[in-house]
Design a binder for this molecule. Structure first.
Ligand code: OSB
Ligand code: MG
Length: 372
């Protein structure tokens, strides 16, 4: 496989509803779409970096710079046998997982389309539907939270995650439990707490949560291990797991008992599969995280979620919760029993509406092999 041309586009899409986490409220999503071309076939990758460096150190601007200055020159015009080799081929570039993952995803899509296979087959998946959960942001009132949970349960979603932060934690969980009983419920703090908040977090143990996601800081494995010792509820790590090595350390320390996998955070599918396999070998269940992706990145998440150790519902919900219209047609839909059908066409298996991509594009740049 050879990438002959790579194009970057910066897109902005308005969100159907604002989304609030412990690091703030967003009303739209600005992201890079990577397009690669080779042998008359096109592949796409969606970068999960944000406009700001709050979830991770990367931003759209840093990803643009790293892809254009360092990744594109290393992949364009280079023969690669399989996209699984790309992550290692980019090993000279430290970090910048989201930038690497976006290009790698486009290369996997290109490869799968060239082979005329759906991406999940190429990734090693084993199922044709995935279980879907929702992530509900911080709301303005508990009544609004209850209304949101009610709507998502009625839509069929198999698990409810609510975002928490100081001032919106135990009361929010208690209100949801009171109203909805023993639903599959979890929380995500996005690193808002410190180990000294252990007493507060331990109060959550009374509510039978499936897990507490990333309660402490993004690089704080030792404190997560200390906190896990105090809690009955499993800790799930998200931000902390930026590499397979970080996961090895987390598991050795018993810093978490569940792992959230996001290819953007890991540097792509190859590293995500290694993480998936490491967790499987250690009896650690995994689920697929979400980064408010458009239908393009969402489709990729669905394909990866077909691997066998994705045993818990992921943060992969219907397009209509995020963007209306989405960039793809038909949009991603969820069945009344909370599952999503894996696209069956080649590659990502979704039809991209170029007119909508063009309308959302703020900036574009393309790179090609320099001809002698
Ligand atoms: O921590 O999982 C997270 C969204 C943006 C950044 C980080 C996270 C999230 C979500 C939303 O929880 C998941 C989704 O619905 O895409
Ligand atoms: Mg998270």
């Amino acid at each position: 496989m050879k990438i002959e041309r790579l194009e970057l586009a910066l897109l902005r899409l308005p969100l159907v509803h604002f989304f609030e986490t412990s690091f703030g409220r967003v009303h739209d999503k600005t992201f890079i779409l990577v397009r690669v071309d080779g042998d008359g076939v096109t592949g796409y990758g969606e970068c999960v970096a944000d406009a700001n460096p709050f979830y991770s150190a990367e931003t759209n601007e840093s990803a643009w710079q790293i892809i254009s200055g360092f990744i594109a020159p290393r992949v364009i015009g280079v023969d690669v046998e399989h996209p699984r080799d790309l992550f290692q081929a980019l090993g000279a570039i430290r970090g910048h997982q989201m930038a690497k993952a976006a290009v790698e995803m486009a290369a996997w899509d290109l490869y799968a389309r060239q082979q005329d296979l759906p991406l999940w087959r190429v990734l090693g998946g084993v199922r044709d539907r995935i279980a879907s959960g929702v992530s509900i942001g911080i709301q303005d009132s508990l009544d609004q939270l209850i209304a949101r949970v009610e709507r998502e349960l009625a839509a069929g979603y198999r698990r409810i995650k609510i975002k928490i932060k100081h001032g919106w934690d135990v009361e929010a969980v208690a209100a949801v439990r009171r109203r909805f009983g023993s639903i599959a419920l979890m929380v995500d703090a996005n690193g808002a707490y410190r180990v000294s908040d252990g007493d507060r977090l331990a109060e959550l143990d009374a509510y039978d949560l499936m897990m507490i996601e990333q309660p402490l800081d993004y690089d704080d494995l030792l404190d997560h291990a200390a906190l896990q010792k105090r809690l009955r509820t499993p800790i799930c790590l998200d931000e902390s797991i930026k590499s397979v090595n970080a996961a090895r350390e987390a598991l050795a320390l018993d810093a978490c008992r569940i792992v959230n996998i996001k290819p953007g955070r890991m540097g792509g599918f190859t590293e995500s599969i290694r993480l998936h396999d490491l967790c499987a070998a250690n009896g650690i269940p995994v689920w697929h995280g979400g980064m408010l992706e458009s239908g393009i990145g969402r489709a990729a998440n669905i394909h990866l979620s077909t691997l066998p150790n994705f045993t818990l519902p992921g943060d992969i919900a219907a397009s209509e919760r995020y963007f209306n219209p989405d960039l793809i047609e038909p949009p991603i839909q969820v069945s009344s029993t909370g599952t999503i059908a894996v696209p069956t066409g080649p590659g990502l298996g979704v039809d991209i509406r170029q007119d909508r991509v063009d309308a959302a594009t703020l900036r574009r740049e393309s790179f090609e092999v320099a001809h002698a």
